[in-house]
Design a protein around this ligand. Structure first.
Ligand SMILES: Cc1cc2nc3c(=O)[nH]c(=O)nc-3n(C[C@H](O)[C@H](O)[C@H](O)COP(=O)(O)OP(=O)(O)OC[C@H]3O[C@@H](n4cnc5c(N)ncnc54)[C@H](O)[C@@H]3O)c2cc1C
Length: 373
């Protein structure tokens, strides 16, 4: 097999991870991005960035995420600037029976879950004012800072993303051979869509529909505090961790399906911070420093969509590979590593097999597919 050249669309966590995996396999590559790297308008920058394999009851999704956790640790050993900034996940957002069932199931799958009584939690988290009766603890879960992580991966990939808006995919017969940008065409053997919520519009240009069900999540940053919290906490009505800049990064259990107004955001942000102030013994009063609204990348059905897009008759569109998902920070390392391996070797990855795209060719739009540009 010859080495395929890859054109990666997107420089969020998925695009940056794919670029690094492509460099590891010595694939010629370019990265195009409509937004500047680490733009506040990307989903990645607005992520809580918890790396975990905390899946309800879905064994194949657990295996993908667990493999990704291991790969993240291996990438952290290879890339000095790639670091976890919180380590150890505590979760008590379910009732005790559900927590026990979760622990049993995930232990059987090989996840290092501990079930902790209130006394054990109080010992590990002495600053917690409201101690739960029972909590799950996974020492290998971690968080990263999204911007630092993207920058470290791109630097390790030795690639500088080019800021260009991709208008459409270029296709001839059943093979995508490049993209049309606002600055002219770019071609490659493989176009990889790591374009988050921008993916359906790009697929539509070749008559493929991908249904998404995005929603919005609010995160609040406090002013910096003396170091308090080195782990991640997920309670029923808040989640909190302390960032590399020593700010608390707080999220709520709510997702918003409609646009929030500025004054609503300020009110929700103040309520979240007050909630965490009641839950923790904080060394200083908490103050809101900033808040963000991130648009989650959620394909219909909630699971990742990774691989070739198929036509209705089951044949694949060649030259095109998509990687679209929520929980992209957790999944990115394994998705990038296995996805690039699939393109380089033409061997399907068993880990990715359960997540093939259910995007399909719109029959009505089939007629529009032709060589463009
Ligand atoms: C509030 C919140 C909390 C979250 N918490 C977690 C968590 O704790 N753990 C976890 O694993 N995940 C979490 N997620 C999910 C995770 O952040 C996302 O799954 C991930 O960031 C998606 O990354 P991405 O690279 O696919 O998309 P993005 O970061 O949005 O990047 C998309 C890229 O595609 C480019 N692009 C799009 N369209 C075009 C075009 N036409 N031409 C050129 N470029 C284009 C953009 O410019 C951008 O570079 C959270 C998300 C939110 C919103």
């Amino acid at each position: 097999m010859t080495t395929p050249s890859v054109l990666i669309i997107g420089s969020g966590i998925i695009g940056a991870s794919v670029a690094y995996a492509a460099t590891q396999r010595k694939l010629p590559k370019r990265v195009l991005t409509s937004l500047p790297v680490n733009s506040v308008s990307s989903t990645t920058v607005n992520s809580w960035a918890w790396i975990n394999a905390n899946t309800d009851n879905d064994k194949s999704y657990f295996y993908l995420r667990n493999a990704s956790m291991q790969l993240w640790r291996s990438w952290m050993r290879m890339i000095p600037d790639l670091k976890a900034t919180s380590i150890g996940g505590f979760v008590w957002d379910k009732n005790p029976d559900e927590l026990r069932a979760f622990a049993k199931c995930h232990r059987e799958w090989g996840y290092p879950v501990e079930l902790l009584s209130a006394d054990a939690v109080a010992v590990k988290l002495p600053y917690l004012r409201e101690v739960p009766d029972l909590a799950i603890y996974v020492p290998t879960e971690m968080a990263v800072e999204p911007c630092d992580t993207v920058s470290a991966l791109l630097a390790a990939a030795k690639v500088k993303p080019e800021q260009r808006y991709v208008q459409s995919l270029l296709i001839e017969g059943d093979r995508v051979y490049g993209v049309m940008t606002d600055d002219g065409p770019c071609t490659a053997d493989e176009v990889i869509l790591a374009s988050g919520n921008g993916t359906p519009a790009l697929l539509k240009s070749v008559g493929v529909s991908l249904e998404m069900t995005p929603n919005t999540g609010l995160l609040v940053k406090t002013q910096p505090l003396p170091k308090l919290l080195s782990q991640l906490l997920t309670a029923p009505d808040y989640h909190v961790r302390q960032t590399a800049t020593e700010q608390l990064l707080i999220g709520s259990a709510f997702s918003y399906h409609q646009a929030l107004k500025e004054d609503q955001c300020q009110q929700f942000a103040a309520e979240l911070v007050a909630r965490v102030e009641r839950a923790l013994h904080c060394p200083l009063p908490l103050e809101v420093a900033s808040f963000s609204l991130g648009r989650r990348v959620i394909p219909k059905g909630g699971r990742p969509q990774i691989g070739r897009v198929k036509k209705l008759d089951g044949t694949e569109i060649l030259g095109l590979y998509i990687a679209v998902m929520h929980s992209g920070i957790s999944n990115a390392a394994a998705v990038a590593d296995q996805g690039v391996a699939e393109l380089a070797t033409n061997m399907p990855s068993p880990l990715l097999a359960p997540f093939r795209p259910h995007a399909g060719i719109d029959q009505a739009a089939d007629g529009i597919r032709q060589k463009a540009g």
